[in-house]
Design a protein around this ligand. Structure first.
Ligand code: ADP
Ligand code: ZN
Length: 529
């Protein structure tokens, strides 16, 4: 340990005690802080709740000059600055919400060295006046928060982040620390390249969040299932419920309120004042549930979120991990619960097919979805699967649904063959494509008007699948989709064969499926946490 490092450590510790009131550093904080205090660049991958903020706030306080923090979260800058001000830290921000006078006051404080931290939106750095302002002051470091926003591979891409690669050229002597809670190999590499962090030391924390219990259940009546979960396990708890659409956010919030659970909606279609109010209530009140689209949550620091529930399938594992990561920042037991069904797959495939962007982009979205589906259908520990996704290892955790009630797998080769050959016959003998509902009706031999209309009762496969119930067939379809043995296309979610379907039809391939749990409401694992 060099004398410099020793000095940095004791200063940093003092700031930790005196300013923030904490006893000790957590995880990798101390190493990161020492490195940045002594002028090094850093790339920090740390899960949500891991304590990233201190990694740049403390060096900014220890080093002389102003720490410039780039953050995409304009809506939260005020909160962050208020929180720091309460601790006696001199902080300010510059963004588009301020009037001329407010901006001028912050600029003055920056120039006279009366600030410890200055928060900027990334688009500010495209403005020459901001750059020349920064030139006139003394900068202690650049912190690039939510650094994954630079990644086009990721899920929060912000074009303005690409401009941040220039910081190093303009201010070569100022250390930079980039931080993110997203850590797939691809994103990691992309951040390093795009932000020009070739020389930076990489700090990768464990992505395990042991206090979060991961559970993924088949979706049958989602609102009911959610209500059971909240009543049975999370009565009076604060939590977040994610839905895909604004309409389902509204409906779900209303449903919860009607059933005696205090809930507020949050989505981008709401008036900004309503949004701000609902967010503030969530942060301040005890036991409030916020029902939201993914517009909600980035940068929200509420330690006692006891559950995060997803009523729709997230688009990627990164998204899922970030959203669920908002639970249990205080380290106490928390639940990450997701209900997912066939319709989710159909809907998301459709969204990908109709999304803007080139083929490569759609392929990427498709890979994200496949990874998410694989997590849903896994028969092994969810946590291990999650960690592997982020390039980390783990042992079966004993605290996820697949560990607590190991799913039975069963040989579904014959049902899979029956289903695929029904799709095949329709496609090749009739030149027709149908969605899961009709295919299952055919397998079950149901004489519905639609079956009669299309004379599907004359197919040789009609009624060959009575050994499974309707819901079980839906599970088969879902899992075949997840395994890539079946695909869905078009506006009506029609099922089509894939390149690998033939291996099943030709008996070269076995299909192992996960047994659908009996229809228990929230599918609480047998053993409690
Ligand atoms: P992240 O940005 O990584 O999601 P935060 O920086 O918001 O995490 O920190 C999460 C929570 O942990 C905050 O409430 C923060 O005050 C707290 N925290 C961070 N570091 C420490 C520490 N060394 N000791 C105690 N609490 C800490
Ligand atoms: Zn597990």
């Amino acid at each position: 340990v060099s004398p410099d490092t020793e000095l940095a450590t004791s200063d940093a510790l003092q700031v930790l005690h005196r300013v923030f009131g904490y006893d000790s550093f957590r995880g990798g904080q101390q190493d990161i802080i020492e490195h940045v205090v002594s002028g090094g660049d850093a790339l920090v991958l740390m899960p949500t709740g891991g304590g990233k903020s201190l990694c740049y706030q403390i060096p900014a306080l220890v080093r002389s000059g102003v720490g410039v923090v780039i953050s995409p979260l304009i809506a939260l800058m005020q909160d962050q600055v208020d929180a720091l001000t309460d601790l006696g830290v001199r902080a300010g921000f510059l963004n588009s919400t301020q009037d001329f006078e407010q901006k001028r006051e912050v600029e003055r404080a920056f120039l006279t060295g009366e600030l410890d931290l200055l928060y900027l939106a990334p688009e500010r750095l495209r403005v020459e006046s901001t750059l020349s302002l920064l030139d006139k002051g003394k900068i202690s470091l650049f912190a690039i928060d939510e650094a994954h926003c630079v990644s086009q591979w990721g899920h929060d891409f912000r074009p303005d982040y690409l401009g941040l690669s220039d910081l190093h050229e303009r201010w070569p002597e100022v250390p930079r620390i980039a931080l993110t809670a997203t850590a797939t190999k691809a994103t990691h590499a992309e951040i390093a390249t795009r932000l020009n962090l070739g020389e930076a030391r990489h700090f990768v924390a464990s992505f395990d969040r042991p206090n979060i219990q991961y559970r993924i259940v088949p979706k049958n009546s989602p609102q009911r299932q959610l209500l059971d979960l909240l009543r049975n396990e999370h009565a009076g708890d604060a939590g977040i419920v994610y839905c895909l659409s604004r309409a389902s956010v509204e409906k779900t919030a209303e449903f919860l309120n009607q059933n005696g659970i205090k809930a507020v909606p949050y989505h981008a279609g709401l008036d900004s004042r309503v949004r701000a109010k609902n967010q503030a209530r969530f942060l301040r009140e005890d036991g409030l549930v916020v029902v939201a689209t993914i517009a909600f949550g980035m940068g929200i620091d509420k330690p006692d979120v006891r559950f995060v529930a997803h009523l729709d399938l997230p688009k990627s594992v990164e998204g899922y991990y970030q959203e669920t990561g908002r639970a249990g920042r205080d380290g106490l037991p928390s639940t990450a619960w997701l209900a997912y069904g066939l319709q989710d797959v159909v809907q998301q495939r459709k969204m990908i097919d109709t999304s803007e962007g080139d083929l490569a982009h759609r392929r990427r979205l498709s890979q994200h979805l496949d990874a998410m589906l694989a997590l849903c259908e896994t028969v092994t520990c969810r946590r291990v699967q999650l960690l592997n996704y982020f390039g980390q290892q783990g042992e079966p955790c004993g605290n996820c649904d697949t560990c607590l009630t190991p799913p039975e797998s069963w040989d579904g080769t014959i049902p899979a063959q029956k289903l695929l050959s029904t799709v095949y016959r329709l496609q090749h003998e009739r030149r027709q494509k149908f969605g899961a509902g009709q295919i299952i009706d055919i397998l079950l031999g149901k004489q519905t008007p639609k079956v009669e209309q299309f004379k599907h009762n004359e197919l040789t496969v009609f009624g060959i699948g009575t050994e499974l119930r309707d819901t079980e067939w839906r599970g088969v379809v879902r899992q075949l989709l997840a395994q890539g043995l079946l695909a869905v296309e078009g506006d009506y979610g029609t099922l089509v064969l894939t390149e690998t379907s033939g291996e099943v039809l030709g008996r070269q391939r076995e299909v192992m499926l996960r047994r659908e749990p009996e229809r228990t409401a929230a599918s609480k694992p047998a053993k409690a946490k």
